[in-house]
Design a protein around this ligand. Structure first.
Ligand SMILES: [Zn+2]
Length: 156
């Protein structure tokens, strides 16, 4: 199974031979730098987050660190080694919701997952009914993350 296959699934260590990587404590100086990357906003949805509530997201998931080492093509593509997934360049500030949903997904997979939600929601009859009555509105649109809009606007 390649990393490309794994990216589309939630990664559970129990399903693989690899041990969970140690989670080194990220010191306060690094946390502050991560927090200030987007002026105290979540890199994905752009909501304001308080410093003590910030989750630190690994852009390239920490769970894949074994694969960054194991597959040269992946290492080249991601520019990562297993031992540097905790480098500040690989860390984004995130709100709890975004970080929990992204979990072990890459950014591209997170985007695809979110873009598929309207279709998945409409499978539920109550959602279809609520749409028909005009009490909810589901929009299908390409997902653009907050960090991709920097410079386009100042306020959200
Ligand atoms: Zn968020």
């Amino acid at each position: 199974m390649s990393i490309k296959d794994l990216e589309h699934k939630r990664f559970f260590y129990k399903d693989h031979k690899f041990p969970a990587p140690a989670k080194p404590k990220i010191d306060k100086t690094v946390r502050e730098k991560v927090y200030n990357k987007f002026d105290g906003r979540c890199a994905y949805c752009g909501c304001k987050i308080l410093f003590h509530q910030m989750h630190i997201d690994h852009i390239h998931p920490q769970s894949m660190s074994h694969f960054y080492d194991a597959e040269p093509s992946v290492k080249k593509e991601y520019g990562l080694r297993g031992d540097n997934v905790n480098h500040i360049d690989n860390l984004f500030p995130a709100c709890r919701s975004c970080n929990n949903y992204k979990a072990t997904f890459s950014i591209d997979v997170l985007r695809k997952e979110l873009e598929e939600q309207p279709r998945k929601l409409r499978v539920q009859s109550i959602i279809k009914l609520c749409e028909r009555f005009g009490i909810i509105e589901i929009k299908e649109k390409p997902i653009k993350f907050y960090f991709e809009t920097i410079g386009e606007h100042d306020e959200r």
